[in-house]
Design a protein around this ligand. Sequence first.
Ligand SMILES: Nc1nc2c(c(=O)[nH]1)N[C@H]1C(S)=C(S)[C@@H](COP(=O)(O)O)O[C@H]1N2
Ligand SMILES: [Mo]
Length: 316
Amino acid sequence: MFKTDPATPDLFITPVAEVFIRNHLESHPRLDRAAWSLTVEGLVERPVRLDFPAVLGLPQTRFTAVHECFGNPLHPTVPTRAVTNVEWSGVPLSAVLELAGPLPEARHLLLEGADTGDFGGESGVRYLKDLPLDEARSGVVLAHTMNGEPLHPDHGYPLRAVAPLMFGTNSVKWLTRIVLAADRPDHIFTTRLYTRVLPGESEARPVREKDVCSKLLSPGDGSAVPAGSRELAGYAWSSTEVTSVEVAVDDGDWQPAALDRRGPDPSWQRFRLRHDLAPGPHRIRCRATDSAGRVQPLTGDRNAVHEIHVVAEPAV
Ligand SMILES: Nc1nc2c(c(=O)[nH]1)N[C@H]1C(S)=C(S)[C@@H](COP(=O)(O)O)O[C@H]1N2
Ligand SMILES: [Mo]
């Protein structure tokens, strides 16, 4: 069902062929762009139906963003570390909403995909997500390209939502319908799954903004490297800018790594640290902190500190 770790995880932009694919339902629609349309309905002044040329006729935007799967919603604290960084282009959702004119009582926006199937004991369900209207209007883009290419059928061709600061689950693929509503819809993918209680809070909230997280990518987990001075590197990301990354080798102290700034787009940020690896096996860990003061936990949650194991081989 989905691809495993990319073969070249170290690139700043992940090649399309290495971006993971996550489908909850059995039907993986193969849509005909000429027959496709997007409707905007519900609490709007004028329901609209847009065909693909009409979408292309609206203002376009292009940006790079981390694309990260939250993980299995049935096991919300288990780390899966399915993460990539890709460039999207498409139409700001706000431009589409302007055509329809949301009514004042509209508070929520529903995004519906064309796929159907069974999940979590329910049959014949649709893929449906909801967002607060204000957040959707300011943050969501309806994307038709990934890394400059038309979306691959598995990634939602011809049009998908992208919520760049949020987990991938909110970025509805094969988008065909947008509904404005006063209340949240009760649905398996909105209110019943994809909710969690954050540390220090008592009420469950929907899985939206990304957590602070980081991943060591070089050297690769399980690899053998020559002993001596090595660069330990990877990427860190969050819904805000990451402000520091620390790396620890074996039982050594957490050492501050060099870290790139985030820039205007919500891309991941590269970190690197040179370290002298003595011959033998090593455990290497990384830990990010973001500008909101959030720090990766050592254990126990989906964004727990990432650790890799490598063997440093003595020079012959
Ligand atoms: N229509 C639809 N959209 C969807 C999904 C889905 O199953 N159906 N999966 C979601 C999840 S959980 C993730 S992580 C991302 C994955 O996007 P990708 O497969 O393009 O990497 O799509 C999201 N959008
Ligand atoms: Mo996901």
